[in-house]
Design a protein around this ligand. Sequence first.
Ligand code: PLP
Length: 403
Amino acid sequence: MQDQDFPGSDDWAIETIGVRAGTARTGFGEHAEAMFLTSSYVFGSAAEAADRFSGRVEGNVYSRFTNPTVAMFEQRLAALEGAEAALATASGMSAILTCCMGVLKAGDHLVASTGLFGSTNQLFSNILGRFGISTTYVSPSDPAAWQAALRPETRLFYVETPSNPMMELADIAALAAVSKAAGVLLVVDNCFCTPALQQPLALGADVVIHSATKYIDGQGRVLGGAIVGSKAFIKDQMLPFLRTAGPTLSPFNAWVLLKGLETLSIRMERQSANALAVARWLEAQPQVARVIYPGLESHPQFALAQRQQRLGGAVLSFELKGATPEEQRANAWRVIDSTRLVSITANLGDTRTTITHPATTTHGRVSPEVRAAAGITEGLIRFAVGLEHPDDLCRDLARGLAG
Ligand SMILES: *Cc1c(COP(=O)(O)O)cnc(C)c1O
């Protein structure tokens, strides 16, 4: 099997890469990607088996290590990120775990941005912490704080941009300057933007992490994840952990995600346009105290967003007015409960718009002080915009705003 659908060239546009890269055909000449539901592979002889097991000859051995459908997904995603290689995992969290287990050891230190995805925060503080790995959290928007947090044992910088739910941006190029000077690995969780909107490796990051469960699938069907980076990093530091510990992506999920990548660019464009339309409408509503969206001129890092991202992305947050926290919460819950179209759920990255009250759900277990420091007030609502018409979304929100 080889990449027959993508004649070698490095100047294809992202839309073309998403549809074509990584396709490998069997002798049957199938047009769509084949789904290889097999756990193991047969060898022509004992000698061939020995060569494959030892790595002397490349080829599939067992699907915990490699699988042709999974490999197609890895190659297409790597091409989209402008990377040499990618390694698919069973979920976004297992991608982050694999990255940490492949790089860190007891006594090491990592620096991570505040406002991380909740489970990432738990993984760093509670689980890696039990194995003697410590984490310092600093603001994504302050490169000097990352410099100041460096220790001799610091191995890794971990950042999400934009952050969730406050839509705070990290200047990837500025962080890369700090990490490169210190000899530290810069890892960017590119889940919110995807390569359709932002390519961290081109800005100096070393590694990209994906929860493919979100926009890469884009239709809320399967879990998946990936680590993207140089060939040497993937082969020497990531693959040994994956093939031994087994947080492997199933070929079925890889096939679904391959189909997701084909429509990724067009979905991210339309969902960003829809989010911008809703954000502009919300800014004009008297009951709304502020709207936080990187595509709005009012965003404090609008210039950085314009430079670093092709578009603003599909997630926005907005804050309702209220004289007291209790009143703010009542107003936010009324808006959420008055919707008839959008889904009340904490997930995002779907073609269907979702609405969330972070203070009492995703960030409900965070202490009120930490929540306040992060700006997650009782009046805050996160809105992850899908493919419905933006006018319908605004009408759905208007009902609860009117009171
Ligand atoms: C959802 C998410 C993850 C975890 O991904 P799963 O596929 O749910 O394991 C990691 N990072 C971010 C930013 C996410 O939104």
